[in-house]
Design a protein around this ligand. Sequence first.
Ligand code: GDP
Ligand code: MG
Length: 597
Amino acid sequence: SRTSHIRNFSIIAHVDHGKSTLADRILENLGAMGERDKRDQTLDTLELERERGITIKSTPIRLQYTRADGEKYTFNLIDTPGHVDFNYEVSRSLAACEGVLLLVDASQGVEAQTIVNAYLAIDSNLEIIPVVNKIDLPAADPEGAAQELEDVIGIPAEDAVFASGKTGVGVPNILEAIVERIPPPAGDPDAPLKALIFDSFYDAYQGVILFIRVLEGTLKPKDKIMMFSNGKSFDVDKVGTFSPALVVGDELIAGSVGWVAASIKDIHDAQVGDTITGKENPTTEPFPGFKPAQPVVFSGLYPTDTEDYRKLREALEKLKLNDAAFSFEPETSEALGFGFRCGFLGLLHAEIIQERLEREYDLDLIATAPAVVYRVTLTNGEVFETQNPAEFPTRDRIQLVEEPYIKLSIMLPEDYVGTVMQLLQERRGVMQTMNYIGKRVELLYEVPFAEILYDFHDRLKSISRGYASMDYEQIGYRDGDLRKVDIMVNNEVIDALAVIVHETKTYGLGRKIVDKMAEVIPRQMFPVPVQAVIGGKIIARATVKAYRKDVLAKCYGGDITRKKKLLEKQKKGRARMKQFGTVEVPQEAFLAVLSTE
Ligand code: GDP
Ligand code: MG
């Protein structure tokens, strides 16, 4: 058939197990990296991605492989995001493939994301090629890592390919395994069109560019296409493939991976996971499992300078053009004025958006502590969802509160099981199962999402000396005895500082927040009280002490350059403060709830 020489695959791995390095080495082996654009980690394109070493967009690339016998193959390598915030995108990218390379670092063995990613691949019925990577490391134990894959996931150890993305050893074997083990795509080019959207981005000239996998049928310019989820139709302008730059082509047939431009103005009309079909002769069944993008973490974003409100709105609109998973709506805070309530897929997504607003749009922002979405049933029977702690009703009006839960999977050496279980208990986790894998353990817990949102990952890493790894998925809502804690500064409630917390934790958290705030609020001529309050009752109190004269004197002595530096630092610091009467509250104070104890 026309697709017998196509192989669509992805590389999946735990973070840092060498996915980007191996992808680059494969590109280099197949001559896809000219000396000119040869640089590390070609597939990680956004500046932020490169800096943080994560992949946010599912960049695909088309490669040509010629076997020793002269047979030519087309490889479509689809990169997947490397963070749990984007796991839905990972599953969609995998659905565009027939196989995966499952990498395991030969010195680390199987980690939490190795398992979760492997199951995503198994759920999509993909052929898995186990690759034990980084075998050049002195601490490598390739046989041990291969055996772990067999013990944990059931992939025969003898199937493993040993390789190093760094030295390139084993890469030719990987290329051969791709041809031999991954099946070519099936699908009838003459059937009605059915194509899966696995990523998209907004282009100012061509509108939304969709990254698609054609499952059935053929797609050409001038075709009329329709989105399965919402019935909206568009005329195809161009189709093509990836080099990884967009290359214009004549058509995309069943089995191929490529892009389509159809003058789509709104990215929300063409969401990841949706199915494209023909308007005239539509397919009967969409590709299963489509979920519209749904933010799960919310935070208020306010300009430190109220003059910047318009500028912030414009920046948010631009970012939203390119990101269907990001949402925002206007919000007013008594304390912070006019701003926006923004929705994200997780904390990393939130950080990325905030960083882009500050860097690319030159905005200074105050961000309120991220919160999950609570479902509240009032005593009058009314049910509503709230992501803003400031809006949380008082206790007498509440019949029931529910909060989102996750299934959390943790891999760790058995020595740390006791401490980690204790941490999970503190986080209201309920153990589901515990599996021994040699000297390591996999723990499966159900935990309130809010409990792992802030500092959980850092705490887990520190109590396990870096050895524990984790991954999670959302599993729906459960009852919770939750309360709203208000924070008062200088005897006034600052609405934007309110947090929702479990009944058993109100005192501890109140204490932590007021202590942190007292530490970061600049001193005044007079002492400033900071209090945590529940329903009018003070549960914790701290004081920002008044200045001592000698502190000032010390600051302003010294040489001129030091003085200048100090002034600059103060100017910068001021930009990220909010004035309440005479008291300035810095950004750090708004995130006091996130600080680790
Ligand atoms: P990713 O997070 O899975 O994309 O991992 P990267 O490709 O960014 O690699 C993570 C780290 O491991 C980097 O410091 C790489 O230089 C290093 N690394 C990747 N592959 C190898 C390898 O085969 N051998 C050795 N020694 N180091 C490697
Ligand atoms: Mg990477």
